[in-house]
Write a new protein. Structure first.
Length: 137
């Protein structure tokens, strides 16, 4: 199965985040591809029209965070099922991110809006991405 993650934050999402937070767009050097690491080529996103293809998920984390490791697994599974794009941002890449998220990571954003922090519920994330509830429901 090929990866459905991209290694960049969509320019529209970055611009919305910059407008909303005033901290500027996320830089490519602060983003890990696919909520997992290692850059993937642009264009590995799912084809338009596939479920979740219009959605972008950003997972804010830092190394050594056990809740981040758990959240990454949940986000990867849901995103892979629905074909959304996902990027992981290390909060240490920016003083503003570190200040904002230091005590409440992981944080998940869906389409530029905060969706969850600390724990990620797969069914709730799936619903936010337009995939309904649990698989098979």
């Amino acid at each position: 199965m090929s990866s459905l993650f991209v290694g960049h934050v969509d320019d529209r999402v970055a611009a919305r985040r910059a407008d909303r937070t005033g901290r500027g767009p996320v830089t490519p050097t602060s983003v890990r591809a696919g909520c997992r690491g290692g850059p993937l080529p642009v264009g590995t996103a799912p084809a338009p029209g596939t479920l979740g293809a219009m959605h972008s998920v950003v997972l804010y984390t830092r190394p050594g965070c056990h809740l981040c490791d758990v959240a990454r697994v949940v986000v990867q599974a849901v995103v892979a099922d629905l074909g959304a794009t996902c990027a992981e941002v290390d909060i240490r890449s920016s003083p503003e991110l570190l200040l904002e998220y230091a005590t409440r990571i992981p944080v998940v954003e869906v389409d530029g809006r905060e969706h969850a922090h600390f724990r990620v519920d797969a069914d709730r994330l799936r619903q936010a991405l337009g995939g309904g509830g649990a698989i098979g429901s």
